[in-house]
Design a protein around this ligand. Structure first.
Ligand code: AMP
Length: 218
């Protein structure tokens, strides 16, 4: 795989986290999820968490400078030397330009951008049905991929939880933020010739297989 930086693009619920996890495992590179980092900061009640909490709960994006800062710090850690995956970042044109500047300063080429495209009806089912393991972060879905025992992770018995922002009102706001602020990135990256569109309506295993096949040849 040539590209050093992989970016997962797609609406909330498209499966960015699930696919990023598979690629991270396969290539042994870190998955950098801004959503996970922000949720962790909220839980630990750090200054960052306190600044981000209200916006996250209402489904709005956290300001660019806040997110840019945490991503820059994370990318500069040694484990990112042989590659990294950005999951949920960038989400605005300004954030994309920030990534371009960081990669240029490191002497890196352009990122490879994987856009997971999912129909709106399916997005809603994925978001309302999503459950996450509180121990290992494994993602389930009560409609499509339920755990063997309700509320419990198959892998480690951890308790599953539903994200606070996976409720209908917040989901509507998050989709609106995606359409208005994030979807212009599709044209931005298409114009750079680095975009690969993936049919995200398929089941996660089929998407992962196609994606890993593509990356092994890329
Ligand atoms: P996610 O887990 O990627 O769905 O993100 C959850 C929430 O975290 C989003 O609805 C935003 O409030 C915030 N967030 C995550 N990534 C970003 C980003 N790149 N820019 C701004 N806000 C973000």
């Amino acid at each position: 795989m040539r590209a050093h930086a992989l970016i997962f693009l797609g609406a909330p619920g498209a499966g960015k986290g699930t696919q990023a996890r598979e690629v991270a495992k396969c290539y042994g590179i870190p998955q950098i999820s801004t959503g996970d980092m922000l949720r962790d900061a909220v839980q630990r009640q750090t200054a960052l968490g306190l600044a981000a909490k209200a916006r996250m709960e209402s489904g709005k994006l956290v300001p660019d400078d806040v997110v840019d800062g945490i991503v820059e710090e994370r990318i500069n850690r040694p484990d990112c030397k042989s590659g990294f995956i950005l999951d949920g970042f960038p989400r605005t044109i300004s954030q994309a330009q920030f990534v371009d500047r960081i990669l240029a300063a490191k002497g890196e080429g352009r990122p490879l951008v994987l856009d997971i495209e999912v129909t709106e009806e399916l997005l809603l089912k994925r978001l309302t049905g999503r459950r996450t393991c509180s121990v290992c972060g494994e993602i389930y879905n009560v409609h499509f991929n339920p755990p063997k025992v309700e509320g419990t992770c198959d892998k480690d018995g951890g308790k599953l939880f539903q994200r606070a922002d996976d409720n209908e009102a917040t989901i509507r706001q998050r989709l609106e933020a995606y359409h208005r602020q994030t979807s212009p990135l599709i044209e931005y990256y298409r114009g750079q010739g680095v975009l690969l569109a993936l049919d995200g309506d398929r089941d996660p295993e089929a998407i992962a297989k196609g994606l890993l096949d593509y990356l092994s040849k890329a």
